[in-house]
Design a protein around this ligand. Sequence first.
Ligand code: GRG
Length: 314
Amino acid sequence: MAELAADQHVRYIVTVEKKKDSFESLVMEHIRLNGAYWGLTTLDLLHKLHAVDAAEVVDWIMSCYHPESGGFGGNVGHDPHVLYTLSAVQVLCLFDRLDVLDIDKVADYVAGLQNEDGSFSGDIWGEVDTRFSYIALCTLSLLHRLHKINMQKAVDFVVSCKNLDGGFGAMPGGESHAGQIFCCVGALAITGSLHHIDRDLLGWWLCERQCKDGGLNGRPEKLADVCYSWWVLSSLIMIDRVHWIDKEKLAKFILNCQDKENGGISDRPDNAVDIYHTYFGVAGLSLMEYPGVKPMDPAYALPLDVVNRIFLRK
Ligand code: GRG
C-alpha cells in the first residue's frame, strides 16, 4: 500500500497559506476561516502545528471577529455566520487560546440563532439546516455554554429530520446524506442523545456507502469522494459500527488520491488536490488509526488531546 506523504502535505498546507494570489487562495477568499481550520487541524494531526506562528494566526482570527454581534466572518470584513464562528473557536482550541474570546458574547451570538422549533439559523438571514444545529451545539459545548439554549428543543428538531432509512437530512423530510448524518449524529452525541438512533439501521445505510474502489460516497448511486471518509467513518464510530467498513480498502483509496510529489489530497485519484480533501483524507486516516497521525474525536472534529484538554481542564 502507498504511504502517507506527511512531509509533502505539511509543505503544501504551509505554502497554500502563503500564496495569497494563487487560484486556491482566491476561490477560498470568502471561506478563509474555514480553510484555516482544515489546514491547521491537518498540521496538528501530523504533529506540525508549530510550522505556523501561533500569535499571527490568533491575531488574524480575531480580525474576523464582529464585536457588535459576537460572531466571526469567513474573512476580514465578511459578515458573521455560525460556520465561521465554529471554525474560529476550533482553531483557538487547537492553540489553547480561548482566553482571547469574550466567551459569553460569542455564545450569546450562537444561542441567539436558535428558532422557536429548536432549529438553528446560520446567520441573521435565517437559512435553517441541521448543519447549523451541529455547529451551534459543537461551538456552545466547546465554550461550556450549552445551558444558554433550549437543548431539548434542539435535540427534538434534529430527531425530526430522521428518515425511514435510518439516516438524516438537512430538514424534516430532506434526503439522507452522509454530511447531514455526521451533523445529526454529532449533535446527538454532544447532547448525550444517541438513544434516538437505530444503530443497526443507520450503520447499514452508512456501510453501504463503500464503493467497489474502496472509497465512500455520500448517498446511493454517487461516486466515492475522499471527504466522505470523514463524514461516514466518524458517524460509524459514534454509533459503534465502524467495524462494518473495509478499512484497508478505504485507506488505500485515500492514499491513492495523494499528490506524493507536491503534497495535498484530491477527491478521487488523479484529480487536482485541495486543502478541504487534504484535511478530510488525513482525518479519515486518523479515524482508522493510521500510524503517525494523531487520533481525532469523531464528534468535535478536533484532535483528541485538544478535546481532552478542553473538557478535563474545566
Ligand atoms: C467541523 C467537520 C466540521 C463540520 C462543520 C459544515 C458542516 C459542519 C458540515 C457539512 C456537512 C455536509 C453537508 C457535508 C457534505 C459536503 C459535500 C461534499 C456536499 C456535496 O454534495 P453533492 O450533492 O455531492 O454535490 P454528492 O457527493 O452527494 O454528489
